[in-house]
Design a protein around this ligand. Structure first.
Ligand code: SAM
Length: 367
């Protein structure tokens, strides 16, 4: 073990007697979440980077994000495309989506992420056809991030060839979740149950949280990180909560500032780093929200503190402003190609390289 790793272990109050056991306990995670001393945090960053390198290597997997539709039947209190907002909306055609898919192939993304509001207009048949077509015409892996869809739909899409299912549980605090994410259509929302069901269908599953949701405590955030481990997730995405002024949560006041988790870049990278230590083999993106709260260095900080995935936005420019889940969603003006160039330059600067192929989770047993 390198010197930094040894110091990290000592900072936890662990002796040399458990040299390989660096999987953190919930109490240790909580202590790190509250840590503010920069010199101590520097050991957390180093340890997360070391574990990232050891378990998932220097490749940064590119997942091309295609935001298919901004229609949404839900009314989440945090989200700028919540159904009750009177905003201009769009839904892409199959031809438009396939155009973006071809861009993904050209830019050597191993995966496309099909994301949208929870839009019944994206019918089961439409998505099935799209998945079949992408699988037939490209070597790409497909991640579905279409919200809470039925088990029948998920089963059909898996059968059509979809590889991954992404649904953030946002917070493991049930009371907070219900407050910010109202049930819909008479059905109670249970995202964790849906993730478990998707796993049983054979999907690689991804979840994640927003960091700094008004009302979120350090304790519940520690629970979130432990839940990542319990769920044995393949992908874990954590970004800061970014207040949208036209949403209930964007206008709310924090009730207990002393126990409130800050929605900052440092706090988010603490979560990224701790997630890497708790789930060493997971694919972890450096998120757009992190790049939005720290435009200069957000992306890099994520990658230097445990992340190994980057999600270039391939949505056509004419639709980007209509998918405004929060204000200032990083650089709406960049085309996929421009973004790609800056991405390659950043990777080179920090000594990393773009991943090849779909970049699924590397299971320890598989080597
Ligand atoms: N409808 C799907 C769903 O709910 O999973 C996918 C689209 S949703 C817009 C994707 C993610 O955006 C959510 O999981 C949430 O974490 C994030 N998001 C929405 N509003 C946000 C905000 N104000 N700040 C940060 N992230 C936000």
């Amino acid at each position: 073990m390198q010197a930094a790793g040894a110091v990290f272990k000592l900072l936890q109050g662990r002796g040399e007697d458990k040299p390989e056991d660096l999987l953190l306990t919930r109490d240790e995670v909580l202590t790190w979440l509250k840590e503010e001393e920069e010199w101590r945090l520097s050991f957390l960053w180093e340890e997360a980077d070391r574990v990232r390198k050891e378990h998932v290597g220097d490749e940064v997997h590119l997942r091309g994000l295609i935001e298919l539709s901004s229609y949404c039947r839900r009314d989440c209190h945090y989200c700028g495309i919540r159904g009750s907002r009177k905003i201009e909306r769009y839904r892409m055609t199959e031809v438009e989506v396939m155009e973006c898919v071809r861009t993904a192939v050209r830019l050597e993304c191993g995966t496309v992420v099909l994301q949208s509001g929870e839009d019944p207009g994206l019918s089961r048949d439409f998505v099935t056809r799209l998945v079949r077509r992408i699988k037939a015409e490209t070597p790409l892996a497909i991640t579905l991030s279409l919200g809470e869809r039925t088990l029948e739909e998920l089963a059909e899409w898996r059968g059509a060839g979809a590889d991954r299912f992404l649904l953030k549980h946002e917070t493991s605090d049930p009371e907070l979740f219900r407050r910010i994410h109202p049930d819909c259509g008479g059905e109670v929302s249970d995202r964790v149950a849906l993730l478990r069901a998707a796993k049983a269908l054979g999907y690689e599953c991804g979840s994640g949280v927003m960091v700094g949701i008004p009302g979120q405590t350090f304790e519940s955030l520690a629970d979130d990180i432990m839940l990542f481990r319990d769920l044995d997730l393949e992908m874990i995405g954590c970004g800061p909560f970014v207040a949208h002024p036209d949403t209930p949560l964007g206008q709310s006041r924090v009730q207990s500032p002393e126990s409130q988790v800050p929605a900052s870049d440092v706090m988010t990278t603490k979560v990224v780093a701790l997630t890497r230590l708790v789930c060493p083999d997971a694919n972890i993106p450096s998120t757009t929200a992190l790049a939005t709260v720290n435009r200069e260095r957000g992306r890099e900080l994520g990658l230097e503190r445990g992340a190994n995935v980057w999600m270039p936005n391939l949505t056509p420019l004419k639709y980007r402003a209509m998918y405004e889940i929060y204000p200032g969603k990083a650089k709406v003006i960049d085309t996929a190609e421009v973004f790609h160039q800056s991405l390659l330059a950043t990777l080179e600067r920090i000594g990393r390289r773009p991943g090849k192929g779909p970049g699924g989770r590397r299971h320890p047993a598989a080597g």
